[in-house]
Design a protein around this ligand. Structure first.
Ligand code: MRU
Length: 360
């Protein structure tokens, strides 16, 4: 394995057709080690999603689409009903890996639709259509991030200070990221942004991933601990916050990495615009408000020992470890999608976004 390339030269998620494998960067090893791994079994793919080897809502969707294609490809039957029954089992299995990011079930549902809509075709033809759909999901992700970047960039100016939380970067998507897309596009135009990355406890996606990929790309990045965002905003160093999201409810309430809502509350206090970058695949029109969003609970050990050789807390201590929190819609200045920027009131503006999408 080549270790010298820039992290941005690797694909976050790829299909290795010849070896029947989903290929990913093992993100739990970054930034210390760039390890590219090939996953061939459904169990390995499920584990990689659950263990955050591949993570970030769009990348999870991209990986699941390739994963279910590989499961379908391995099915040895010419009988449609048998094929569909086994496909459904594989789909349910992958869908159970993580509950909050809607992109996982969104991508798997899109793959299932291919199976349903092409019932009259041969199994070999359906498998080929599934391959094309998995590739299309990933390719569209690149276009979507680019559009979000363009809309996001229209909201800021050269020299601005920008703050982000967790990793909604290239490592969480097929390219550019969502929250980082305005940063990358601005950087290409010489905007000289000053980016603040929250380290993002407990798993440090901000420190290990966002600070890494942005600095590797030549942006001016300052890493801060999660409890410092109020300080930098009060100092007047932040002109806008861009974050990603895992699920947007129909009223604009937004689930993203734990700690995002704290940033939003602080941003409101200091009049800093707070933008959520959301591919329309992350908008869940079926979920009315944030209260109905299922929040993933993660193991205690992520808080008390992960990433360290020595324990950081007393043995047996009680731990609460929700992976996400919900930012109330009244704290959000705009939701940036690939079809434009939704502004409050979100129930109406998100409907307009979906109408625009359906028109295309
Ligand atoms: O637990 P993670 O690392 O998958 O959480 C990721 C986030 O919260 C991201 O901000 C979100 O998925 C958007 S990625 C474009």
């Amino acid at each position: 394995m080549e270790n010298k390339k820039n992290i941005m030269d690797y694909e976050t998620v790829a299909l290795d057709e010849e070896n029947h494998a989903l290929v990913i960067i093992d993100q739990t090893k970054l930034p210390g080690k760039t390890e590219i791994i090939s996953l061939t079994t459904q169990k390995d793919i499920w584990d990689a999603i659950y263990l955050l080897k591949v993570r970030g809502a769009p990348a999870i969707g991209d990986a699941a689409a390739i994963g279910i294609y590989l499961a379908a490809k391995n099915l040895q039957t010419d009988n449609y009903q048998e094929f569909y029954t086994e496909f459904k089992k594989a789909k349910e299995y992958l869908d159970s890996a993580r509950p909050t990011a809607v992109n996982l079930s969104w991508a798997l549902n899109r793959m299932e639709k291919v199976v349903i809509d092409n019932k009259a075709k041969t199994i070999a033809e359906i498998k080929e259509l599934l391959r094309q759909e998995a590739i299309a999901i990933k390719e569209e992700d690149i276009w979507i991030c680019q559009k979000i970047g363009e809309y996001g960039l229209s909201l800021v100016k050269p020299g601005d200070g920008l703050l982000t939380h967790c990793n909604a970067g290239q490592l969480a998507t097929a390219k550019y990221g969502t929250a980082t897309a305005p940063m990358y596009l601005g950087h290409q135009k010489g905007y000289n942004f000053k980016v603040f990355c929250d380290e993002t406890r407990p798993l440090l996606q901000g420190a290990r991933l966002t600070a890494y990929e942005l600095s590797e790309s030549g942006l001016d990045v300052t890493l801060i601990c999660d409890n410092m965002s109020s300080n930098v905003m009060k100092n007047g160093w932040v002109n806008a916050v861009f974050v990603g999201c895992d699920r947007v409810a129909a009223n604009g309430d937004t689930a993203n990495k734990i700690g995002t809502s704290i940033v939003a509350i602080v941003a409101k206090r200091y009049n800093v615009p707070f933008y959520v970058c959301a591919p329309t695949s992350t908008i869940d029109y079926e979920t009315p408000t944030g209260k109905e969003i299922k929040i993933e609970q993660r193991p205690d050990k992520e808080v008390v020992e992960m990433w360290y050789k020595e324990r950081m807390a007393p043995e047996g201590i009680k731990v609460y470890n929700p992976a996400f929190d919900v930012t109330d819609n009244d704290l959000i200045s705009g939701i940036i999608t690939e079809y434009g920027i939704a502004r409050p009131p979100y129930t109406e503006s998100l409907q307009k976004i979906v109408a625009l999408k359906n028109k295309k």
